[in-house]
Design a protein around this ligand. Structure first.
Ligand SMILES: Nc1ncnc2c1ncn2[C@@H]1O[C@H](COP(=O)(O)OP(=O)(O)OP(=O)(O)O)[C@@H](O)[C@H]1O
Length: 600
C-alpha cells in the first residue's frame, strides 16, 4: 500500500481519537507496517490488489472529529473504499461534501455519534450507496435529495434535529426508512404503504398518512402546488410519455380488432359475454360472478357435462374428468358452473378463478387457452400426474379438455404463495432462517420425488418459481402447476428437468437475498454474481437474516448450492437428487447447532 494511503488512514484515525496517539486507541496502525499485508486491525483489503476496502471503526471509543476528506480526497482510497463503519462512538464535527469523492461507498454508518451540521447535498453523488445510517446524532438543516441513488435500500436519520420537508425518495426500493424524532415539517410523501407511522413520528410539523394527524387543507394544497411547480419539467416528459402510450394503445387496438375479426371467421363458438370479459370491457363482471356467467358454456353445453371417473373419462370427450383426490369426490361440472367465482389473475394464456362450492369447499380453476397439446396427450398427462402424489405437490383435482381450451381444478390455498410471503407487504416477522431452510428442503425433496417418478414420461414441472409455490394450512410449501408446459419431446426432456433445477436455484436466491428475480431490469443471478465477484458475500443476504444472526457459514453453503443450480450450462447443473443431499447436509448442521454441543 502506498505511503499516502497509509498516512491518510493514520491521520484520519488520529483526528478521530483527538490526536491522542495512544497505541491502543490507534489500533496499532503505524507507518512502518502495511495495512493490508500486516493485517491492520479494523481494515479489510482486497486480497488481489491490496486496496483498502472496508474500515470497521465502530464502537472504538473515538471522541475526536470527523474529517472525511482525509480519506475521500486520496484517490487510491476513494476508488476502493466500499464500507465505512464509524457508528457507536462519540465523534463530533460535520460530514463534509468531500464524502462525494468516495464514489465506491455502499455502506456508510455514522449513527450514534455527536455529528452536527447539515448533511451535504453531494451525498447524492454516491451512486453505489445502499445503506446510509446517520441516526442518533445532532444533525440539523434539511435532508439532501437522494432520489437519484437507485440502489439505496436503507436510509435512517431518526433522532436528530433535522428540519425542512422530506425530499423525494424511491420508497418502493427502500427496505428501511426512518426520519422520526426530528423537526421535519410538511406533508408526508406518498409512501405507498411501504412504511408505517413509526418512520415519521416525533416531528411536530409533519402531517398526513400514515401519521394519525391529518394535514390542514391549505398545507395539502400547498404541497400539491409545490409538487406541480417542481414537476413542470417532469410534466413535459410525462406528456411525451402519454402521447407515446396513446399511440401504442391505438396500434394495439387495431391489431386486436384485426385478430378478432380473423378469429371470428375460424371459430365462432365463444359467446359475446366471454369476449367482453377477456378483452376487459366489463371489469365489474369479474367479481361475484359465476363461471357459467363468465362464459364457461363456451364450446360445450351444460347438458353435455357429466360426472365421470378417471377410468372411463377418455370415452366422453366433453366432460369434466374428476381425478382420484377424495377432496372433490362427487364434483360435477354443474357445481363449478353455478358456483360464485372471482378472477384471481389473467395472463396471456388464460385466467385463474377462485370458486366457492355449495359445500364451502374453495377451488381454483385455471383456464389455459391454445395449449399446443392434443386432448389425448393432455388426458394422459393429467392421469399420470394423478398417480404420482407427494404431500408437497398440489395435485390437479379435475380437468376438462377441448381443442381451444383446457380447464384445471386445484384446491385453493388460502395462505398465499411463497412469492407473496417473501416480497409482499404483509411479510410476517417469523419467516426466519430455519423456516426458509425448511421450505427449501421440502421443495427440493418433493421435486426430486417428482423427477424420479416422471423422468421416463418426460414430464418436468416446466415453470418452477416462487409464485407457483403455495403455503398450505400448516404453512408447508406446496408446489403448484406441475407439468403445465407444452409437450416435451424426448430429446429436449433432460433440459426441461435441468430447467427445473435452475428454477429451484432462483427460489434459493430469493430465499437468501429477499430480492425479486428481476429488479430494476437486473436479473437476480447476475446481481448475486457481481456482488460475489467483489467479495462482498455478506452483502448478498437478506438484512433480516443477518439481523437474526443466522449462521453466515450455512447461508454461504446454501448460496453455493444456489449458484450451482443456476449455472448457465444445463449439463453443469446438479440433479434434484444431488441438491437434496447438499441441502440436507446444511439442514443437519443447522439442527446440530440448534441442539448445542452440551445437550447430547
Ligand atoms: N391454488 C391456488 N390457491 C390460491 N391462489 C392461487 C392458486 N393458484 C393460483 N393462485 C393465484 O392466482 C393468481 C394467478 O395465478 P396464475 O397461476 O395465473 O399465476 P401466474 O404466476 O401469473 O401464472 P404463470 O405461472 O402462468 O406465470 C395468482 O395471484 C396466484 O397466487
Amino acid at each position: 500500500v502506498e505511503d499516502e494511503v497509509k498516512s491518510s488512514l493514520i491521520n484520519f484515525l488520529a483526528k478521530l481519537s483527538n490526536n491522542k496517539g495512544k497505541s491502543g486507541l490507534l489500533l496499532g496502525w503505524n507507518s512502518s507496517s502495511d495495512p493490508c499485508k500486516d493485517h491492520w486491525k479494523a481494515v479489510t483489503c482486497d486480497t488481489r490488489n491490496n486496496f483498502v476496502r472496508k474500515l470497521f471503526l465502530n464502537s472504538s471509543n473515538l471522541v475526536g472529529e470527523l474529517d472525511i476528506g482525509l480519506l475521500c480526497n486520496v484517490e487510491r482510497i476513494a476508488e476502493s473504499l466500499t464500507v465505512l463503519h464509524l457508528e457507536s462512538n462519540d465523534i463530533s464535527g460535520v460530514l463534509s461534501p468531500d464524502v462525494a469523492s468516495c464514489k465506491q461507498l455502499t455502506r456508510l454508518h455514522l449513527n450514534g455519534n455527536r455529528l452536527n451540521g447539515t448533511l451535504p447535498t453531494s451525498l447524492a453523488m454516491l451512486n453505489n450507496l445502499k445503506i446510509l445510517d446517520v441516526s442518533n446524532n445532532k444533525l440539523y438543516g434539511t435532508l439532501p435529495d437522494l432520489s437519484r441513488i437507485s440502489g439505496l435500500t436503507v436510509f435512517l436519520a431518526q433522532n436528530n434535529e433535522i428540519s425542512g420537508e422530506i425530499p423525494r425518495f424511491d420508497f418502493s426500493n427502500l427496505k428501511q426508512f426512518n426520519v422520526s424524532n426530528n423537526n421535519i415539517n410538511g406533508v408526508v410523501p406518498d409512501v405507498r404503504g411501504y412504511f408505517t407511522a413509526s418512520s415519521f413520528l416525533g416531528n411536530p410539523g409533519l402531517c398526513g398518512d400514515p401519521l394519525p394527524n391529518k394535514c390542514p387543507s391549505s398545507l395539502q394544497a400547498e404541497s400539491v402546488a409545490g409538487e406541480s411547480k417542481d414537476s413542470s419539467k417532469d410534466q413535459i416528459f410525462m406528456f411525451v410519455g402519454y402521447l407515446t402510450l396513446a399511440l401504442v394503445f391505438v396500434v394495439i387496438i387495431i391489431v386486436v380488432l384485426c385478430k378478432r375479426r380473423r378469429k371470428k371467421k375460424v371459430v365462432d363458438a365463444l359467446p359475446q359475454k366471454e369476449e367482453a370479459i377477456e378483452d376487459g370491457q366489463d371489469e365489474r363482471m369479474y367479481k361475484s360472478s359465476t363461471i357459467e356467467s363468465m362464459g364457461y358454456k363456451a364450446g360445450f353445453s351444460k347438458s353435455e357435462t357429466s360426472f365421470v371417473s378417471a377410468d372411463n373419462s377418455a370415452l366422453v370427450s366433453s366432460s369434466l374428468v374428476v381425478l382420484t383426490s377424495p377432496e372433490v369426490n362427487g364434483l360435477k361440472f354443474e357445481d363449478l358452473l353455478k358456483a360464485p367465482a372471482e378472477m384471481l389473475g389473467r395472463g396471456k394464456n388464460g385466467s385463474v378463478y377462485k370458486v366457492i362450492l355449495d359445500n364451502r369447499k374453495t377451488l381454483v380453476v385455471k383456464r389455459i387457452k391454445n395449449w399446443p397439446i392434443s386432448s389425448h396427450e393432455f388426458k394422459q398427462r393429467m392421469q399420470r400426474l394423478d398417480q404420482v402424489k407427494h404431500p408437497n405437490v398440489l395435485p390437479p383435482l379435475a380437468f376438462y379438455s377441448s381443442k381451444q381450451e383446457k380447464l384445471l381444478v386445484y384446491e385453493y390455498q388460502q395462505n398465499g404463495s411463497l412469492f407473496e410471503l417473501l416480497h409482499g407487504t404483509h411479510m410476517p416477522k417469523t419467516f426466519d432462517w430455519p423456516s426458509r431452510l425448511g421450505v427449501a428442503a421440502s421443495i427440493v425433496e418433493a421435486m426430486a420425488f417428482m423427477h424420479q417418478e416422471l423422468q421416463d414420461d418426460g414430464i418436468a414441472h416446466g415453470n418452477l418459481k416462487s409464485s407457483n409455490i403455495f403455503l398450505n394450512r400448516n404453512m408447508e410449501p406446496c408446489i403448484s402447476k406441475y407439468g403445465l408446459i407444452p409437450v416435451i419431446t424426448r430429446s429436449s426432456s433432460p433440459k426441461a428437468f435441468k430447467d427445473d433445477v435452475f428454477g429451484f436455484g432462483m427460489i434459493l436466491l430469493e430465499l437468501l437475498t429477499g430480492n425479486l428475480v428481476q429488479h430494476n431490469g437486473v436479473d437476480l443471478q447476475d446481481w448475486v454474481h457481481s456482488v460475489l465477484r467483489e467479495e462482498w458475500t455478506a452483502e448478498v443476504f437478506d438484512k433480516s437474516l443477518m439481523s437474526e444472526c443466522a449462521s453466515e457459514e450455512r447461508l454461504v453453503s446454501l448460496l453455493q448450492v444456489a449458484i450451482k443450480c443456476v449455472n448457465p450450462s444445463p449439463e453443469a447443473r446438479p440433479t434434484m437428487n444431488q441438491v437434496v443431499v447438499m441441502i440436507n447436509k446444511i439442514k443437519e448442521e443447522e439442527e446440530r447447532s440448534a441442539i448445542g454441543p452440551y445437550s447430547l
